[in-house]
Design a protein around this ligand. Structure first.
Ligand SMILES: Nc1ncnc2c1ncn2[C@@H]1O[C@H](COP(=O)(O)OP(=O)(O)O)[C@@H](O)[C@H]1O
Ligand SMILES: [Mg+2]
Length: 290
């Protein structure tokens, strides 16, 4: 690697203005986002001409992009621009909403998730999802929260071992190993979110979608989730929706910027935040609106 200073991160004469906060994060976090060792190759997700509707409302307008395997892709943009709708189309959750429909294609490697012979349940196992508000099964113990995912997916094997592996994978094992029988909802918010991540990874998906997974959490818990995301990409393809640009800068290899249902720009995170091609991206990342 060259040791020359990276121009784009140091907004100088003739360069586009960059939010100082985000530029600092880009500089500091570059190393953290360095290529990681892939321990389990995951699959690529490709959106082609994706449109999504709620009744007559056209919420997503022809989005095409590829989420690279074993990378973290962030989706950013102002509230209501369609980020959640896009990611809910990836694992076919969008169609569960009455009156909602999607057009276009979502390819998992080259398999069409909307293909006529595709089992929706298996799609949602392969493409797991973590939501903004931690949603452990309220009546279940810590152990059963993770085991339930395994049982629901019909997975065989040593459940105890798989639960432990998943809790370790979610960075929660050390905190809960002595109280696995206690209710999942007795944990702190940040722990509950990691429990939900453990439940998601227990069934060994290929792709994990996280829709604002840390926006209900305190800063320390947020940092833990971010550390975890960087760890998880060794095994999974990660899509993370966030309204926090610094978070995108910290964790994402690539970032997609959406506005009013359209994909405005999709490129390397560093470029998107320091030298975007589109003036609307620039306005957004420099905090001029949103
Ligand atoms: N369940 C729903 N029913 C009807 N309209 C919805 C629903 N969810 C989202 N929308 C609308 O779709 C658009 C995109 O919303 P959303 O995908 O939630 O945006 P974001 O996640 O970027 O905030 C918004 O105009 C929103 O009001
Ligand atoms: Mg949303």
């Amino acid at each position: 690697m060259s040791t020359e200073p990276k121009q784009a991160t140091q907004a100088g004469a003739g360069e586009k203005p960059v939010s100082p906060d985000v530029a600092a994060v880009i500089r500091e976090q570059k190393e953290r986002r360095a290529p990681v060792e892939i321990t389990s190759p995951a699959r690529t997700v490709k959106l082609e001409g994706l449109h999504a509707y709620y009744g007559d409302q056209h919420a997503v307008k022809g989005v095409s992009l590829t989420y690279a395997a074993n990378q973290v892709t962030a989706m950013i943009g102002p509230s209501g621009c369609g980020k959640s709708t896009v990611v809910r189309c990836i694992n076919r959750m969008h169609e569960e909403i009455p009156g909602a429909r999607a057009e276009g294609s979502v390819l998992l490697d080259d398999e069409d998730v909307y293909g006529s012979d595709v089992d929706v349940v298996s799609v949602r196992r392969v493409i797991g999802m973590v939501f903004q508000k931690p949603n452990p099964f309220p009546t279940m113990s810590i152990f059963d929260n993770v085991a339930a995912g395994l049982r629901l997916s019909g997975r065989r094997g040593d459940v105890k071992e798989r639960v432990e592996q998943s809790l370790r994978g979610a960075g929660l094992w050390e905190e809960v190993k002595d109280r696995l029988g206690q209710p999942g909802i007795g944990l702190s918010g940040g722990q509950q979110q990691r429990l939900c991540i453990a439940r998601t990874i227990a069934v060994e998906p290929e792709v994990i979608i996280m829709d604002e997974p840390a926006s209900a959490l305190d800063p320390i818990s947020t940092l833990k989730i971010e550390e975890l995301v960087l760890e998880l990409k060794k095994r999974f393809t990660i899509v993370i929706v966030t309204h926090n640009m610094q978070q995108a800068a910290r964790v994402a290899d690539k970032t997609a910027f959406m506005l009013a249902g359209e994909l405005v720009e999709f490129t390397d995170t560093d470029k998107l935040f320091t030298n975007p091609d589109d003036s609307r991206t620039e306005d957004y990342v420099t905090g001029r609106f949103g």
